[in-house]
Write a protein that binds this ligand. Sequence first.
Ligand code: TTP
Ligand code: MG
Length: 405
Amino acid sequence: MTKIIMCIDMDAFFASVEQQDRPYLKGRPIAVTGSGGRTVITTASYEARAFGVKTGMNVYEAKRLCPHLIFVIGNNEKYIRTCKGLVSIYNQFTPDVEVYSIDEAFLDVTTTHHLFKGPEAIGQDIKRQVKERFGITCTVGIAPNILIAKLASSIAKPDGLRWIRPEDVEGVLKDLPVAKLWGIGQKIAERLERLGIRTCGELGRASVSLLRYRFGIIGEALKAMGLGMCERPVIAEEGQAKSIGHSTTLPADIWERSEIDAYILKLSEMVGGRARRHSYIGRRVSLTLRYSDFETFTRQATLSRSTNDTHIIYKSALMILNRIRLKKKIRLIGVCLSSIIDDCNQMPLLKSEQRRMALLHAVDAINDKYGDSKLAWASYSMTEQEAGVISPAWRPSGVRYVEMD
Ligand code: TTP
Ligand code: MG
């Protein structure tokens, strides 16, 4: 059966929330920056984008482009609260809701749209409710799969709705530059261009063996993307977190291995503590790093058995880090525990493990009582300053990182 997938993406999310909160900012060029004195822009209002201001730009460059630009320090808690409210709107229309990032969700309405006068009517209703409840606009893309739904929403931005029906996919992709597709970055686009492939139409017609030869295992997937095909389903939350992750944007970019390790320990403790509090254990540990120029990547390791032990999470994250040759300074670090199941509280077999678990629970009890990180592991003290932002990155219940490994 042909699926009907929706992609809902807020327009200039952080900036729109701030403009709604402070009406004097409405209709004006604003840029949202991180807390903790960071000088990089996380997003800009569409009024500011008209001057060329964009995500990742530093404030000096932005001010030069738009001298009357207004800067606002972001407030992650506020955005997470809004995100949770948005999900409650989506849940009216289907149980298959995937909260993909803080302002973006995929809905599979294949089996429910007829109850609501069709997908377009659902899209309009969501846009109306988002506007009424939060005073912000969003863009809706509708398509047979998430790849094309995402494309539809990016084409229709801002405040738009676009339905790309199965019979329209080929026409839309024909002359579309490959980099417009979700998942094809600038680097892959450049490599494709060297093969004479610029548009999705050309990519769809390219020989699989050539693509496989040049791009390895992703060669086939690239061709499928050029044809507008994507098998990945909408992965709905099932009430239980699928992963527990914390990330932190550092107060200043760092390079020193000992400093990076200290942050990883701190994040591992936050992840382990949260897993223990909610009685979850997980088998996969991922480490996400963002370089100073915003290039972001995730590597992961699978453990021999599930855990919520800070020490094991930390050691696994360090093992992952040991395999990475750092090219630039780091601006963000994230640690995530996934492949999660309920912890049946089995008693560890080894005496040393039993002792450590008892210690972990004692640390948790004190931290629960007096706030996180009152008691911490020795090398925490190496992080001289508190990080600027520590939050469950993007998703209200855990993190989904792009899996690259
Ligand atoms: P996006 O949806 O990528 O951007 P946006 O909502 O601001 O604008 P658009 O209308 O193009 O969708 O990201 C959502 C929010 O996430 C954004 O408002 C700010 C934040 N963000 C960061 O903090 N760092 C980043 O690198 C990016 C890309 C976004
Ligand atoms: Mg957005």
